[in-house]
Design a protein around this ligand. Sequence first.
Ligand SMILES: Cc1ncc(COP(=O)(O)O)c(C=O)c1O
Length: 416
Amino acid sequence: MNKVNFEKTADLINKQDEWRDRCINLIASENVQSKKVRSFAGSDFTHRYAEGHPGERYYKGTNFIDQIESDLKLNLKNIFKCEHTEVRPISGTNSNEAIFSKFVNKEDIVMANSTPGGGHISHHRLGALGKFTKNIIDFPLTADGYHLDVEKTKDLINRIKPKIIVLGKSLFLFPEPIAELRDVCEQNKTKIIYDGAHVLGLIAGKRFQDPLEDGALMVSASTHKTYFGSQRGLILSNMDAESWRKVDRGAFPGSSSNHHLGTLAQMALSTLEFMEFGEDYSGQIIKNAKHLAVSLGKEGFKVEAKEFGYTESHQVAVNVNEYGGGSLISTLLEQNDIILNMNMLPHEPLKNHNNPEGLRIGVAEMTRYGMNEPEMEKIAELMKEVVIEKKSVKEEVNKLRAGYQEVKYSFDNTEA
Ligand SMILES: Cc1ncc(COP(=O)(O)O)c(C=O)c1O
């Protein structure tokens, strides 16, 4: 067996850095940190523990992280206008698990978005939610597949009285009807959980619905899709203090022990960037997503949800079945340094998951690199050349990307 040496692994890391600097990344769940925030990746916090809360730790040596964590929580409370924030989950899935473990008992009925309907695996029988109940009912959707059928959902809630409903999803083009479901949920003592993993930055930038204001009891999220990172999880709520203690215990010791202080400190820094630049950034994300959708349509693609203006988020969904399906097309695009993922579309059966008809495209990262509407048109043209005309465009992709190497909406070029 060949021994893997240090140089080989180090070389692969360097190759990834160099390659991704040449690529156009359209993965909807990803984003980049500013160079300044990245430069703190190797701080001493990377090696430390601080179980518990600031000022009440089970460990010594936590004075500085106590201050950073307290400041971060205060900033998040201001951004999201909420009383409680839980910053210790180290991913969105951990956040969901912290909630489900305390609010879902064996065989409780829970409603969530199906996988083809855009739901995340952590809302699924095989994921975090499935550890606590198998009684998971899909939300009924309208014929287009991108909206919850409010009347049918209300009727179902009245009949089956779910313990919780989990709104929010991974293929997430339009806001969820929280306000419309608020009364029926109250009447049936159904708790509304909103998974804002994808849209956290859009919510923070005031460009999407405000789920707590609309009536969600808790918001769970990951912090690195439309928000500026680092890769972590978050829970927000305005619930009463006693119920919040359950979430607290769900997060620690429930779903994590060490809460990865290195990335926590980086998230505190990128939150400061978000406070300064987040509204402009998320406004541009939405303009870019809409413009990319229109441009892809003009280039001949079947872009989903046209009748609703394509999208109100950072995502665009495209049906590429006629060109060979999502698996083949995402591979072809990757060979041309355009990185995105295949995705099931709402009308598809689950058995299509290995070769779905769709692509999910996200513009958060390229927007952070400073791309605007003209670049979205160029990306649509390059995608047409690869997918429809079967041309090789790698050099052109690399040339376009070479002009967008600095992370905008950041303190990179300031004295901050
Ligand atoms: C809706 C939704 N919830 C939760 C998650 C999980 O987040 P993480 O990957 O941070 O665990 C994702 C990830 O893509 C997601 O799309």
